[in-house]
Design a binder for this molecule. Structure first.
Ligand SMILES: NC(=O)c1ccc[n+]([C@@H]2O[C@H](COP(=O)([O-])OP(=O)(O)OC[C@H]3O[C@@H](n4cnc5c(N)ncnc54)[C@H](OP(=O)(O)O)[C@@H]3O)[C@@H](O)[C@H]2O)c1
Length: 250
């Protein structure tokens, strides 16, 4: 009984901490609903070899955008296209990030990793390097995928995330995501934080929900990486969620 109570208190305390430390949209500048801008001709995709990143690369190329993919191991990407350039680099190596950012019109990040055990700062330090390189190179637009469950979406991953996944699988990882979001929110760039529900490898449906009320406190909402990528790319031209964090799910 005591263990159950401790588990409950720990999960609630962690949820409150994630809520307080992630980005909270009350401090956001007002979104400009419906404003559109021209499609960028050249973008950098960070996390290109990952599940969402690969979808970002394929879909950006389909949209006619010239893509630079930052990859630690370029051979891992396995995509060839006349409009695709792969730059070998690591988000933790500032010089390689700045070299990849140079000449771009926007950056989209689906950075992630599986080092869940113990504290890590890969997401926040990597994102700090991306933001710094964008400032240095005068690149303004940054669209970054984080996760439902951070900041003012804390708890909205449902009971499974609140009581199992966050406390026991990804507490350090989510803590790093809160720092990642705060760094983005403090930047002077044109940024959009995208928080998907649980990601699947399902097909692109082309139809999903988005907004500040996505998710719920009971069940877990999902979206495919393909649809998440579609929404991320839409944020390059749509100012509706500029300088806010937006949830997205089926
Ligand atoms: N899984 C879910 O249900 C879920 C739900 C919501 C949000 N998210 C978040 O969405 C994001 C993307 O998730 P995903 O599952 O699509 O991604 P993923 O498959 O885990 O891919 C992560 C990408 O980040 C890259 N990366 C990691 N460390 C790097 C470094 N130091 N320098 C450069 N690149 C690095 C990886 O490169 P390598 O190939 O070299 O490792 C890979 O390309 C993550 O932040 C994840 O937490 C996930």
């Amino acid at each position: 009984m005591r263990i159950l109570l401790l588990w409950f208190l720990y999960a609630i305390a962690l949820t409150v901490a994630l809520a307080r430390n992630g980005f909270r949209s009350k401090s956001a500048s007002r979104a400009r609903a419906g404003e559109k801008r021209a499609l960028p001709k050249k973008i950098l995709i960070v996390g290109a070899t990952g599940g969402t990143g690969r979808q970002l690369v394929l879909q950006a190329l389909e949209r006619g955008i010239a893509v630079t993919a930052l990859a630690r191991d370029p051979a891992k990407l396995g995509i060839e296209h006349a409009n695709l350039r792969i730059v070998q680099g690591d988000v933790l190596d500032y010089a390689s990030v700045e070299a990849a950012v140079q000449g771009q019109e926007a950056v989209v990040s689906a950075l992630g990793h599986k080092r869940y055990v113990g504290p890590s700062r890969i997401l926040s330090e990597g994102t700090k390097n991306i933001l710094r390189a964008m400032e240095a190179q005068g690149v303004r637009r940054f669209v970054c995928q984080t996760s439902l469950g951070i900041g003012d979406s804390a708890g909205l991953g449902g009971l499974y995330y609140t009581f199992i996944v966050c406390p026991f699988v990804v507490p350090f990882y989510f803590w790093d995501k809160t720092r990642q979001e705060q760094l983005i929110a403090e930047s002077r760039l044109e940024w959009v934080i995208v928080r998907p529900g649980q990601l699947t490898n399902g097909v692109k449906r082309g139809s999903y929900r988005h907004g500040s009320t996505i998710g719920n406190y009971i069940s877990t909402v999902c979206i495919s990486r393909a649809d998440a990528a579609d929404f991320l790319l839409n944020q390059l031209t749509d100012d509706t969620y500029l300088r806010t964090a937006v949830g997205v799910s089926w």
